[in-house]
Design a protein. Structure first.
Length: 264
């Protein structure tokens, strides 16, 4: 993995510049000597000095080019070092190691982008969850209202299932009492739950039903009256009374009109 290392060693051109300055000074002395010796006729020696001077100028021009290149590299290194220091301070401010590699830094940036994306998606999912929860709550309330209406709706007592020739005697079983009904719906009598086994009225009722050849007790069982039904049905069995049961779906009032129309 590539790592970016800060350059602690600064570039210096001091030795090279010193040598170059000495060379330039020597050339200046030579040129001065040539100029002094050149007064008068041009000699062979002056020609040679002139050639050397031209060579020195070329060498000097090449040295200047190299010096300019080194100076450019030095400025670039200074700029990079400055940028590196600024980046290191910024990374330290973010709680990161200033010497972290570029690959690690890129990986962290990508991870932060993914976390931000996941956070946005999580927010959308939370909004959808709240919307679904609100819908579910509304549906539950509607179901509760429907169930309440259903339980409180009138319950029709129909003649189906009692047999073709049986005469029904209806006993409603609730959690608090038994209620003896006439099929015409014009009379009823309640027996408290605690009096079911020893109630003389209930026993008298059972004897009367038993005396009718096709008489039958039909227990109408409310959702909370199962225990009292079991006790009342046991007493009816003791008196050898024919009986049947009809579970009721709620707590609404009883409507005997279908039974009355059938001649019950």
């Amino acid at each position: 993995m590539r790592r970016r290392h800060r350059k602690d060693t600064e570039v210096t051109l001091f030795p090279f510049l010193s040598v170059l300055a000495c060379v330039i000074g020597t050339l200046i002395l030579l040129l001065s000597a040539v100029a002094v010796g050149g007064i008068g006729e041009r000699s062979l020696e002056s020609v040679r000095l002139s050639e050397r001077f031209e060579a020195a100028e070329m060498y000097l021009a090449g040295g200047r080019a190299i010096l300019e290149e080194y100076e450019a590299q030095l400025r670039l290194a200074e700029i990079q070092a400055k940028d590196s220091d600024e980046l290191g301070r910024e990374l330290a401010g973010l709680g990161l190691n200033p010497d972290i590699s570029l690959d690690d830094l890129e990986a962290r940036v990508n991870a932060l982008d993914e976390l931000e994306t996941l956070a946005n998606q999580g927010g959308k999912l939370s909004d959808q969850a709240r919307e679904l929860e609100a819908r579910a709550g509304k549906r539950d309330r509607e179901l509760e209202e429907w169930e309440t209406e259903r339980l409180d709706s009138p319950i029709l007592i129909t003649p189906s299932g009692k047999g073709p020739d049986y005469k029904p005697f209806l006993v409603e079983c609730t959690a608090e009492y038994l209620e003896l009904h006439r099929t015409q719906g014009d009379f009823s009598f309640r027996i408290p739950a605690s009096e079911i086994r020893r109630s003389p009225e209930y026993k008298k009722f059972l004897r009367r039903v038993r005396a009718i050849s096709r008489g039958m007790v039909i227990f109408l069982i409310r959702p909370d009256g199962i225990a009292n039904y079991i006790e009342a049905e046991g007493v009816a069995e003791q008196f050898n009374v024919r009986n049947a049961k009809l579970p009721l779906p709620g707590t609404g009032g009883l409507d005997f009109s279908p039974l009355q129309e059938a001649g019950g």
